[in-house]
Design a protein around this ligand. Structure first.
Ligand code: KG4
Ligand code: ZN
Length: 461
């Protein structure tokens, strides 16, 4: 992305001359400054990780009484979401437009179609979020948007919208890491949740165990070497002939309640690996084979199946779910051990991401957590699946630290090169936990959020 003149730092240095600015006055001044000095070139990359001198002052002056209103935009996968959130934690609005029908039709996310679907609804979703919040764009303090990880084509739709809006209304912009947002939304719901904490982030594309040491500072204890648990739920649903319109996970969870979880002895993945990594590809294959040998026809929807056929499918759903979650339990136990060695003060395990809305997952993990004298923190299901609230909240957390970019130029061309990060790790891998089994693709991976923030902090005077 091209550099910008004047940059945020020049804006910052003006602001730092102010005597102890309150955030509100700082932002008003920033806005006024920007209105007077229209920025004409693309900005520095998103998520300017250098807190700058403004942040140092802001940090000392921002208490819990700062009054920010941030719009969050999320388009990294198949949901188009927007929300308006106040820095006191009040959710003013929340809008999600899901591509469930497309998912049901194609049995997965097709990037080009997902991009088109986002483009069709993005304006409407953002407008609805503002309307529901009874605010207009000029009432906002900043715009936060997911810049990665995710599908490039999809990320682009949200980022373009955010930049257009921020450019038109001279609003600062915060680039957000999707998985950090899944973790941090727990701090919106449980305001007393302090760093450090352990987080299990389970979604359609990710299976992460991270030690959250501080805002923007994560150690990756484990990840998946192939598929994520959500992907396994979705394929199981598809092969079992379930109604995919509310996504595969909830459909499997519901059917599993009717089945015997001990009826099929699926093998628990990665038993022999003494690490915190995950693998769901093998379990997927076991499920497929069980379905084939059970003569289940996915072309016949479960709603039209005979009661015997339905029972057979329910048994597979329940047996799959038991083993899929047992794999989470085992790795979480080890991660608690590792995390307690690194940060003995951890008190909570945060479980978030779409799969965390599953009641069985919550109940099983609660047992592990209680056994280890920790507390389980799960956001409500609506905030576990992809949403704009988590993006707005993460934007607020970083904004308070001075990590934001200045408004883009109002006339930024549509084909401007954007800073999108489709493959963007949250943190560095825990060195002692590296596993021989890992075959994770490393090509074209962006430097981790944590390493970027650490590097920029070291550059501070
Ligand atoms: O976090 P999310 O909304 O989007 C991604 O970032 O991927 O997670 C979506 C995943 C899907 O695989 C979906 O099937 C799964 O979360 N999911 C569930 C449940 N609700 C959503 N999996 C199991 N049980 C659920 N109740
Ligand atoms: Zn997600």
């Amino acid at each position: 992305m091209a550099s910008l003149a004047p940059t945020l730092s020049s804006t910052i240095s003006r602001l730092t001359n102010l005597h102890k600015p309150s955030l509100h006055s700082a932002m008003t001044t920033l806005k006024n400054f920007q209105f007077q000095h229209k920025l004409s070139k693309p900005t520095r990359p998103f998520l300017s990780t250098s807190p700058g001198s403004l942040s140092a002052q802001m940090k000392s002056t921002l208490g819990s009484d700062d009054d920010l209103v941030v719009l969050g935009i999320e388009t990294s996968c198949d949901d188009t979401a927007a929300a308006v959130v106040r820095s006191n934690g009040e959710i003013l609005s929340q809008v999600v437009s899901s591509q469930a029908d497309l998912l049901a039709q194609y049995g997965g996310v097709a990037p080009k179609m997902a991009e088109e679907a986002h483009s069709q609804v993005i304006d409407q979703v953002v407008q609805e979020a503002l309307d529901k919040a009874k605010l207009s764009e000029s009432d906002l303090s900043a715009v936060a948007v997911t810049i990665g990880p995710g599908l490039s084509l999809c990320l682009r739709v949200g980022v373009q919208k955010a930049r257009k809006l921020a450019g038109t209304y001279a609003l600062p912009i915060v680039g957000v890491h999707h998985m950090e947002a899944h973790a941090l939304v727990a701090r919106l719901v449980h305001r007393e949740l302090q760093f450090p904490f352990l987080a299990l982030l389970i979604s359609g594309g990710h299976n992460l165990l991270v030690l959250a040491r501080d805002l923007g500072n994560y150690i990756q204890l484990g990840t998946t070497i192939d598929d994520a648990i959500g992907e396994a739920y979705d394929k199981t649903a598809k092969w079992l002939g379930l109604d995919m319109r509310k996504s595969g996970g909830p459909a499997v969870e519901e059917l599993a309640c009717e089945g015997d979880a001990d009826s099929i002895k699926f093998k628990v993945p990665m038993k022999q690996h003494k690490d915190c990594n995950f693998s769901y590809a093998g379990l997927k294959t076991q499920v497929r084979l069980a379905i084939e040998s059970g003569n289940i026809n996915p072309g016949i929807l479960v709603s039209s199946a005979t009661s015997e056929d339905r029972k057979a499918r329910a048994n597979i759903a329940a047996s799959f779910q038991r083993v899929a979650v047992l794999h989470l339990e085992e790795k979480c136990e080890r991660a608690i051990e590792w995390a307690s060695k690194i940060e003995p003060s951890i008190k909570c395990l945060v479980v978030s991401g779409g799969v965390a809305s599953n009641q069985y997952v919550r109940a099983q993990l609660n047992q592990i957590v209680e056994k280890n004298c920790l507390q389980l923190v799960c956001p409500p299901p609506k905030l576990c699946t992809d949403n704009g609230v988590m993006v707005a909240w993460t934007g607020i957390e970083h904004f308070r630290m001075g990590r934001f970019d200045p408004p883009p130029p109002a006339d930024e061309p549509e084909d401007a090169v954007l800073d999108l990060r489709p493959r963007w790790p949250l943190g560095e891998e825990y060195a002692e936990g590296r596993s021989e089994a890992r075959s994770i693709r490393r090509a074209r991976i962006h430097p981790s959020l944590t390493s970027l923030i650490q590097a920029s902090m070291q550059q501070q005077p």
